[in-house]
Design a protein around this ligand. Structure first.
Ligand code: NAP
Ligand code: G4F
Length: 331
């Protein structure tokens, strides 16, 4: 597919960054990725997988580097995926989380505006269902949508809410094409192993090969609306192709507990009773928990024509199968 469009992706080495890189390359974009750090251990693997992408050194906390990135990439579209994204980590590193996940959004918007690209460059902000907070009074029966109240329950959620509102503010103040995707949890074979789904599927794979005895987790009752990341990056792209900027929820409309995920993942290796393989470790408990997340993506489905291809069982099967392959090859 041929296009002369140029895209800059922050957080390019993360889960969504990998899926989005593949999608944009497939669509014929000239892709630039922001990569942080003097020596980023993920750089080699990323370059090996995506040699077409030009990496630009920069950090969301360093406005000068973002101005430079904007001049080099001269993008039609910016996807701001970079963040401190782990909720548990954000409780231990709240100031860093504010700087990267919150103020980083402002730094990106200012880099677009002050380099004279407000009219040309479209901006996607990676907002999150964590902004809703999962409290009972704030849970509509049919799931959260774009009209639901926000009540973030972690430094991460609060920082993301700042990013969400400053993004909307730049849309309203400067007429910039800024769209926020309020995405519910999405997972897959690229998911970081510090997140509960991948931690479980990696452990299940190792347990099936006799390489691990058990997995240590925190709370097992919280429920999440888990989808597949490959489906969700397509939605991000669709948001920036729409004729006007707006906010959209992406979700599956189904919620499962961590216990449900454990049962499905162990089921993939023929283990019906997973409890002997799971221990609780208080290290993985959070000072405040988000009890249940359930999303309603009707707007994205109706307005953008967004569709999902992978359901919960398909997601779990895919992740376990991938991690068994990795474990067998010593990965
Ligand atoms: P991820 O795998 O944790 O990736 C985060 C990315 O941000 C990494 O590439 C990381 O770089 C980069 N980053 C961290 N600090 C940075 C800094 N100071 N400057 C520049 N880049 C920095 O996250 P993800 O799952 O792909 O999620 C993508 C985005 O969507 C994030 O903003 C996340 O908060 C949001 N989101 C995710 C979900 C989900 O379920 N996955 C749901 C809703 C919203 P390194 O590789 O150098 O660490
Ligand atoms: O996999 P998690 O760490 O994801 P969480 O906290 O829902 O956040 C993810 O989704 C958000 C969208 O809603 C994103 F914005 C965010 O960036 C991130 O991608 O935890 C899921 C649930 C939580 O209730 C947690 O307490 O699993 C529970 N859990 C139980 N044991 C654990 C563990 N989580 C992790 N990471 N590790 C455990 O050992």
């Amino acid at each position: 597919m041929a296009t002369d469009k140029r895209a800059l992706v922050t957080g390019v080495t993360g889960q969504d960054g990998g899926h989005l890189s593949a999608l944009l390359i497939e669509k014929g974009y000239t892709v630039f990725g922001l990569i942080r750090g003097q020596h980023n251990p993920k750089k080699l693997a990323y370059q090996h997988e995506f040699p077409q992408v030009t990496l630009i050194e920069g950090d969301l906390t360093d406005p000068t580097s973002l101005f430079r990135a904007m001049e080099i990439a001269d993008p039609d579209e910016v996807y701001n995926l970079g963040a401190v994204s782990h909720v548990g980590f954000s409780f231990k590193n709240p100031t860093l989380t504010l700087d990267v996940t919150g103020k980083g959004v402002l730094n990106m918007l200012e880099a677009i505006r002050l380099t004279g690209r407000s009219e040309r460059t479209r901006f996607y902000q990676a907002s999150t269902s964590e902004m809703f907070g999962g409290l009972d009074y704030n849970r509509p029966g049919r799931g959260y949508n774009e009209e639901s109240l926000f009540h973030p329950r972690s430094p991460y959620g609060v920082a993301k809410l700042y990013g969400h509102w400053i993004a909307k503010n730049y849309r309203e103040s400067y007429g910039m094409f800024v769209s926020c995707g309020i995405l519910f949890n999405h997972e897959g074979e690229r998911r970081g192993t510090e997140f509960v789904t991948r931690k479980i599927t990696q452990a299940v794979a190792r347990i099936s090969l006799g390489e691990q005895d058990y997995v240590e987790l925190g709370d097992l009752w919280p429920k999440r609306d888990w989808g597949y990341a490959g489906d969700y990056v397509r939605g991000m792209w669709q948001m920036l192709q729409h004729d006007q900027p707006d906010d959209f929820v992406l979700a599956t409309g189904k919620s499962h507990s961590v216990e449900d995920f454990l049962a499905a993942a162990f089921g993939e290796i023929g283990v019906a009773d997973w409890r002997p393989y799971v221990r609780q470790n208080p290290e993985f408990l959070r000072p405040a928990e988000v009890d249940i997340l359930l999303g309603d993506a009707s707007k994205a489905e109706g307005v953008l024509g967004w569709r999902r291809e992978v359901d919960f069982d398909g997601l779990v099967a895919r992740m376990v199968s991938h991690d068994r392959g990795l474990a067998r090859s010593g990965g």
